[in-house]
Design a protein around this ligand. Structure first.
Ligand SMILES: NC(=O)c1ccc[n+]([C@@H]2O[C@H](COP(=O)([O-])OP(=O)(O)OC[C@H]3O[C@@H](n4cnc5c(N)ncnc54)[C@H](O)[C@@H]3O)[C@@H](O)[C@H]2O)c1
Length: 357
């Protein structure tokens, strides 16, 4: 079934577009082979169209909304020049070995690249494309939505209204905390962190704090943010938002020590990567009311099993990794990843390349 689809994709790709046909025929006549690429998932239409219409590569694709099985991936990458992947594929030494020396470019349809073993990739001189900027607005928007859903207890309130818990109007029932007059702390003031601040400011935030690898003076002055240590960020923030990249340094950085220094009214939001948080420590902080609530778009593992203890907590709102999920954004990510791959195959500058030096 899948094999026949692969053949279909290959066929469509090889004979589909007029532009492609003439170019591929010209290349064949000149005795040149088109570079082979492997696309690890069914991707939004804007992305696959760019690849197909380029006429500059032979495409094979895993045509499913579910991830390609590891064994299939290892088989399919053999001898390819370009790999178009998603954040669900771990591209490590094993995959690189399976691909062999022909592999020149990896293009991931994500801004995070913690799923790529960059040291191994770098050693082999492989270039990497990613998708910053095009998703910044969508992720910032969702982060604000998650913050409000968590701080104003929206999910809990909807459940109460639907299940008969809505009695008479009571002064302190379903009360949360407001953003006006609050202190917002950002861990990782990058593109998304900045876009979140710009959205939160009109709510009347009193103070903006951030922690990063180093102070970002120019940006911080522009948005009136103050650089503080991680400990100070924990101590002072009413809303602590995690927006940093997942790296060996940030792995598990939101742990018992951080939560124990946070205010009891504090709301913790994570839309970066699940592994930045020690989930057991977060669970304890929420159960013991050391912090007020948490909103998570990312967890470990994903999907989080439905019997996970965090799902049982009313003060924890969990979303299924949807921060960039608008149709326009996912198409823009797919298109950028396609253009990165094609540029890399040609040896040109990629629109967005991960600096590996
Ligand atoms: N939930 C989602 O669907 C979703 C979507 C897009 C991005 N993301 C995540 O968001 C992250 C940020 O994206 P971005 O475009 O803003 O990237 P970015 O590179 O602009 O920002 C990341 C920031 O984290 C900082 N950082 C790195 N190590 C740190 C450390 N040890 N301590 C403090 N700060 C540190 C960096 O200096 C940078 O300022 C991505 O890496 C990705 O993992 C998640």
């Amino acid at each position: 079934m899948r094999t026949s689809y692969h053949l279909k994709v290959l066929f469509r790709t090889l004979v589909g577009g007029h532009h492609f046909c003439s170019r591929s025929q010209a290349m064949k006549a000149a005795g040149k082979q088109l570079p082979k690429i492997y696309v690890t998932r069914r991707i939004p239409p804007d992305g696959i169209k760019i690849l197909q219409q380029s006429g500059s590569c032979e495409i094979e694709q895993w045509d499913s909304d579910d991830p390609v099985p590891r064994s299939e991936l290892l088989k399919k990458v053999a001898g390819i020049q370009g790999l178009y992947c998603l954040l669900t594929e771990k591209i490590d030494k094993e995959v690189l070995d399976a691909a062999g020396p022909s592999l020149k470019v990896i293009s991931t349809m994500s801004v995070g690249y913690d799923h790529l073993s960059l040291d191994d990739i770098k050693k082999r001189g492989i270039r990497v494309g990613f998708t910053p900027d095009v998703l910044t607005e969508a992720v910032a928007e969702l982060t604000v939505a998650l913050l409000l859903a968590t701080s104003r207890r929206l999910i809990e309130a909807v459940d109460e209204a639907r299940s008969g818990g809505w009695g008479t109007w009571k002064p302190l029932w379903m009360c949360g905390s407001g953003i006006t007059g609050s202190t917002v702390g950002i861990l990782g003031l990058g593109r998304i962190g900045e876009a979140i601040i710009n959205r939160l400011k009109p709510f009347g935030v009193k103070k903006i704090l951030y922690n990063d690898i180093a102070p970002r003076h120019e940006l911080a002055a522009k948005i009136s943010a103050e650089f503080v240590s991680l400990l100070e960020l924990a101590r002072q923030s009413d809303f602590l938002l995690v927006c940093c990249a997942l790296t060996p340094d940030t792995h598990g950085v939101c742990n018992k020590q951080l939560f124990s220094n946070m205010k009891s009214n504090a709301i913790f939001i994570n839309t970066s990567r699940g592994a930045v948080v020690n989930q057991e420590d977060l669970y304890q902080a929420l159960v013991s009311k050391q912090i007020a609530a948490a909103g998570l778009d990312v967890t470990v593992p994903e999907p989080l099993p439905i019997n996970h203890p965090l799902f049982k907590l009313k003060n924890c709102v969990i979303l299924p990794h949807i921060a960039s999920a608008t149709v326009e954004t996912r198409n823009a990510m797919a298109a950028l990843a396609a253009n990165n791959l094609l540029a890399g195959l040609k040896g040109d500058a990629m629109p967005k390349e991960v600096p590996l030096s």
